[in-house]
Design a protein around this ligand. Structure first.
Ligand SMILES: Nc1nc2c(ncn2[C@@H]2O[C@H](COP(=O)(O)OP(=O)(O)OP(=O)(O)O)[C@@H](O)[C@H]2O)c(=O)[nH]1
Length: 306
């Protein structure tokens, strides 16, 4: 007898920078969620669809659940991010609590508590085990992390090196209801190409500017058109605006003689061509809008309303 097909929504929760986006991308097998080594990269609730033997996981990649403290976290953006993380727990069948191997701090406890309150079964994912040289040190950590906490399963993994993911998927599937796959096998996300294009540009901004990137930078895709007029294959024409808060920030993003923006746009274009499997013509502009990060109405127009 073959085992039943299972499918359901799985929230991916954890403090910023533990590797949630990397894990979603590894499970989906494609790049749907952007990755950078700067905390709080993920601002949107994002569904990655992982079709696996015997089932389909609908992964909700959420911003970390943060402690509300300090100046920055009181801004509208942080309030919205927290709401998005909590909202992500509604209607999910299971949750992955992602933590960094060897580390458990207050934010991890907060994320765990939020999940317990929501009453969803939780699988603990101890990520980044590739960074632990002495594997014997992992055992006491796993024991401590699970002591007094009711996890459905505990899995040490490396999202980056794709280790331990098969066992993790097996544990997750067991928690999901028996039902046919809601999405087709070749679907990897419910987001539009337009949205993904914006995310890929935002990823390059973060990668290439690092700590120099103004926190309140965002990307808006102004135009997105398929051009089939040429003789060769389809061309995507994409126009993107990079919003910053001050003229000085604009200068940082553009760089000397425009060199920085050229490099950012060129890398983003290559990523888009890889994901969309066609030629991309990308135009970018940097514009200044003062004080937008603390203005919920402005955030909504830029799509931060989930
Ligand atoms: N060594 C190692 N690094 C990892 C692993 N998983 C993720 N990383 C790195 O950790 C950093 C953060 O990864 P992300 O996937 O962006 O983390 P995130 O939890 O989605 O971050 P936010 O979007 O800020 O919430 C990146 O530099 C990743 O390459 C892993 O298994 N091993």
């Amino acid at each position: 007898m073959t085992s039943p097909h299972r499918a359901g929504q799985v929230a991916v929760i954890g403090r910023p920078n533990v590797g949630k986006s990397t894990l979603v991308n590894a499970l989906v097998g494609a790049k749907v969620s952007i990755v950078s080594n700067r905390p709080q990269t993920t601002r949107h609730r994002l569904l990655g669809i992982a079709t696996v033997p015997g089932g389909q996981l609908l992964l909700v990649d959420t911003p970390g659940i943060h402690r509300e403290q300090g100046r920055q976290s009181s801004t509208a953006m942080h309030r919205m991010m927290n709401r998005a993380a909590r909202g992500a727990l509604e209607g999910v069948d299971a949750a992955l609590l992602v933590v960094e191997a060897g580390r458990w701090d207050e934010e991890d406890s907060l994320a765990h508590d939020a999940l317990r309150e929501a009453g969803v079964p939780v699988v603990l994912v101890v990520n980044q085990v590739d960074r632990i040289r002495d594997k014997a040190a992992l055992l006491p950590y796993l024991q401590q992390a699970s002591a007094g906490r009711a996890f459905a399963a505990v899995h040490p993994v490396s999202a980056l090196k794709r280790k331990g993911l098969e066992d993790l998927v097996a544990s997750l599937l067991a928690l999901l209801p028996e039902q046919p796959a809601p999405y087709g096998e070749d679907e990897i996300t419910d987001k539009s190409q337009r949205f993904l294009a914006g995310e890929l540009l935002r990823e390059q901004l973060m990668r290439q500017l690092g700590n120099e990137l103004p926190y309140a930078t965002t990307v808006e895709i102004e135009s997105f058109t398929e051009d089939t007029s040429g003789r060769s294959d389809m061309l995507l024409r994409i126009g993107a605006v990079i919003w910053v808060e001050r003229d000085g920030q604009k200068a940082i993003v553009i760089g000397k003689g425009g060199s920085r923006l050229r490099e950012i746009a060129s890398k983003a274009r290559l990523q888009m061509e890889r994901l969309f499997d066609c030629k991309v013509f990308l135009e970018t502009w940097v514009r200044v809008r003062a004080g937008w990060s603390d203005d919920e109405a402005a955030l909504r127009t830029l799509g931060y309303d989930q």
